[in-house]
Design a protein around this ligand. Structure first.
Ligand SMILES: [Zn+2]
Ligand SMILES: [Zn+2]
Ligand SMILES: [Zn+2]
Length: 283
């Protein structure tokens, strides 16, 4: 039995498998929803899936005529989507605990991949959707060019933002908090000073959830679509931008992996970036 939970613990679920499909999707919708470089999903038969708690707290967003995406309405974490027509539940793998008995099998929609992310493993790559998935392909989103400006938005478009000038740093975080909040293998965050950042629209749609026991860790999300959006931390004078939401090519590339000691068992780091088992050295 595999268990999963959102970041705040309101939504919990379990699945008994069997798990025979595990795919990493690079489409812009998945990237925006999760706020991550890509989203990895495990499909499971619906009859072995159940919501343990929090089904009434789901935020459901119809992202296309064919699919809806679920988030926790309290913390914005990506949570499973139920596909009744296919008798399947699709689980965001980053939030799962327990041995799946399966590893990622392929990358899909690499034609829409983030320009700042390089795939370094040797799994098969499909430009759009492999033939066994019946959903229609998505067009490649246009990457805007705005020299000196990094711009991003949520999945529904209600929230948009920009940051000006040089970024401070960019890193991949494998901690359980990031994995639950993003529902992905790892978070990838871009950091700026808060004075470099502004909301272009939709600031009133931004929901936040701070973990009671955490010193700083707070998630920010669009309350309409559940997508990860930047978190402005005025205490620290920084803004943390979930890189999956970016609409422009940022000035940095991921520089390191942190909290690799807490990495998902099914995810293998195959790039040459420096790895830190726990917190990174002081910036
Ligand atoms: Zn939650
Ligand atoms: Zn996708
Ligand atoms: Zn939105």
């Amino acid at each position: 039995m595999v268990q999963g939970s959102c970041f705040c613990g309101t939504v919990r679920y379990q699945a008994s498998g069997p798990f025979d499909s595990m795919i990493s999707c690079h489409c812009s919708m998945c990237r925006k929803h999760h706020g991550a470089a890509f989203a990895t999903y495990v499909a499971t038969p619906l009859d072995g899936f159940r919501w343990v708690q929090g089904e009434d707290a789901l935020l459901r967003y119809q992202s296309s005529p064919h699919s809806a995406r679920n988030s926790c309405s309290v913390c914005g974490s990506t949570v499973p989507t139920v596909l009744e027509a296919h008798a399947l539940a699709v689980l965001p793998a980053g939030a799962l605990e327990g041995e799946l008995g399966i590893r990622p099998q392929a990358h899909i929609f690499v034609g829409s991949k983030a320009p700042w992310y390089t795939i370094t493993d040797d799994l098969p790559q499909h430009c759009e959707n492999p033939p066994e998935f019946a959903t229609p392909g998505l067009s490649r989103p246009e990457i805007k060019a705005r020299p000196g400006i990094t711009e991003g938005s949520c999945l529904c478009g209600a929230v948009a933002y920009e940051a000006a000038g040089d970024a401070l740093f960019m890193q991949n975080c494998h901690c359980l908090r990031c994995r639950r909040a993003r529902g992905a293998a790892h978070g990838t965050n871009l950091f700026y000073k808060d004075t470099q950042f502004r909301w272009l629209r939709g600031g009133e749609w931004v929901g936040e959830y701070k973990l009671p026991e955490a010193r700083f860790y707070t998630t920010a999300f669009c309350r309409q679509c559940g997508a990860a959006v930047p978190r402005v931390s005025s205490d620290r004078g920084i803004v943390v931008i979930p890189a999956g939401g970016l609409d422009t090519d940022p000035p940095l590339r991921p520089q390191r992996h942190i909290f690799t000691h807490h990495k998902a068992a099914w995810f293998e780091i195959t790039d040459p970036l420096p790895q830190f088992a726990d917190a990174p050295p002081a910036i």
